[in-house]
Design a protein. Structure first.
Length: 148
């Protein structure tokens, strides 16, 4: 397993953070474990989650100079790591839906090892359901517009 940090950085470096007419994000996201390698073994998933935190920080640094309102979060599927992603959302010409608002739901945790790891991070966590699985939204209140 080799995490493609260089590939992730190249993708991020091509994004337009100018705030100009074409600079918007309609639920833009990056799946850092596209093949779902972290689904089978927690130690592998943990490495991908650390990559998600790194990507989040890189995007946060880029967005510090972004002149428009934005939201930045990490989405974590409790079971399938290939569905995990880091998201940016802004006002955009494709839809009037901004900001994205997520309701904190009562859920039954299934993957306690994953959940304990997420709780130890410095992120706020919103619990939700996505299709037939638990889904966690990780965000920081002081970065962009809140999800709740």
């Amino acid at each position: 397993m080799k995490i493609k940090t260089g590939r992730h950085d190249k993708i991020i470096d091509k994004l337009d953070f100018s705030g100009g007419k074409g600079s918007h994000f309609d639920f833009w996201h990056l799946h850092y474990d596209f093949d779902g390698e972290g689904s089978d073994e927690f130690e592998t998933r943990k490495k991908y989650l650390l990559e998600a935190f790194r990507i989040y920080d890189k995007l946060k640094n880029k967005l510090e100079k972004y002149p428009n309102e934005f939201q930045l979060w990490i989405g974590i599927d409790e079971i399938e790591s290939g569905d995990d992603g880091v998201y940016i959302h802004t006002k955009n010409p494709n839809s009037d839906y901004f900001p994205h608002v997520v309701k904190n739901e009562k859920i039954e945790i299934e993957n306690f090892q994953l959940y304990e790891f997420l709780k130890e991070s410095d992120f706020e966590i919103i619990h939700s359901r996505n299709d037939n699985t638990n889904y966690f939204f990780l965000y920081k209140n002081e970065i962009g517009k809140s999800l709740n």
